[in-house]
Design a protein around this ligand. Sequence first.
Ligand code: SF4
Length: 196
Amino acid sequence: MGLPCVFVRLTGCNLRCDWCDTQYAYDEGTEYTAEALISIIEKFNVKLVEFTGGEPLLQKNKLIPIMEHLLSKDYKILLETNGSILVKDIPEEVVKIIDIKLKGSGEGGTFLAKNLNLIRKKDEIKFVLSSIFDYNEMKDIIIKNHLEESKSILVSRVFGSEITDEQIAEKLLKDGLTVRYQIQLHKLIWGDKKGK
Ligand code: SF4
């Protein structure tokens, strides 16, 4: 968090989270050829690129060659995905950030269990909390699947939800969960303003 990063948001999503703050990504956007997109990315002169959505793996066949090209130019690539699509065939160097949707999202249970076998140490699992119920569900999932032992875990909060940062921080400390709690820095700086 906090590093300059080119954020590429791909159109289309197979889920409909109740608190989704990027609904414009369901069908809005501009079509680019791979070459045009790469040229836009290169103009930023920043060597860190994150592909997100929507759900970027819906366009996996187009995305993989783009990621491979950027990797060959020494870019570091992050791929954020909603956990409902198998994360196989992603280039080894790409860091995957994989959501496990909780019940409070309205899309609980969409995580593909097979994905747990495809997550390496450098990848990250992400939970987004909207309530104490979500916190408790997350804790159960972490403990039941021994996630702390072998996976990096990110936790954040739905902006404006009933559970507060302070409540989450206190519960994490009390429960001794080794996770990284993140505040949505871009929301603090820019609110709901869209990127260009
Ligand atoms: S997966 Fe992401 S883009 Fe899709 S509905 Fe949920 S929050 Fe929105």
